[in-house]
Design a binder for this molecule. Structure first.
Ligand SMILES: [Zn+2]
Length: 198
């Protein structure tokens, strides 16, 4: 994690690299009609652009996440709860079954579990992510919840001040964890299996 509170792209599962400032296309008016993100279901700009190799987000949603990261990078006042947002975002965008996607989703669900149920602070969550993602643990694909999420990266992006930002990040995390509740016991078992304790 750097001074701004972000995880280095080569740390944990490399889920945090971003290319939010890459060129995007637009229609003749410069507007981007919205579409539901195929990961979280949020209505995001329908645009071409970069996405992630295994995080299952529409380019417009990925760009919104980039905006959130950029704001936090520019002003530490907006930098709280970046791990909570990261874990929520990756869980909301599981992609399709595959070695990287499977490991990523499970690692970030473990991150949500220890933060929300075991009360880990950000430094302990970061250590937990590193331990879960150290390559010595193999997880299996968990069927993602159906439907759209009630709190997404759009709510975090639209927060009017840092306090609202923290509240939106918390709501996104709680909404995400609640949606994955069917796998709660499995995730808790994995957390214990990798050596994490309350
Ligand atoms: Zn999305």
């Amino acid at each position: 994690m750097n001074a701004k509170g972000f995880i280095c792209p080569r740390t944990v599962t490399a889920c945090v690299w971003w290319r939010y400032n890459m060129p995007r296309t637009s229609d003749m008016t410069g507007n981007h009609p919205t579409i539901p993100c195929y990961g979280c279901g949020a209505l995001v700009p329908n645009e071409d652009g970069p996405d992630h190799s295994y995080i299952g987000a529409s380019p417009g949603c990925w760009a919104v996440y980039g905006e959130v990261l950029a704001r936090a990078s520019a002003d530490p006042a907006w930098g709280d709860d970046q791990l909570l947002i990261l874990n929520s975002y990756c869980a909301q965008h599981p992609g399709t079954p595959g070695p990287q996607a499977t490991q990523s989703v499970c690692v970030h669900l473990i991150g949500l579990h220890v933060a929300l149920e075991w009360g880990y602070d950000s430094s302990r969550v970061l250590a937990a992510l590193r331990r879960a993602a150290d390559g010595s643990h193999r997880f299996r694909w968990l069927s993602p919840p159906a439907g759209r999420y009630g709190a997404t990266i759009l709510d975090v992006r639209d927060a009017s001040d840092p306090a609202a930002h923290r509240a939106a990040a918390r709501a996104m995390a709680e909404t995400t964890w609640a949606a994955w509740v069917a796998h709660r016991a499995q995730v808790a078992a994995w957390a214990a299996a990798v050596g994490l304790r309350t």
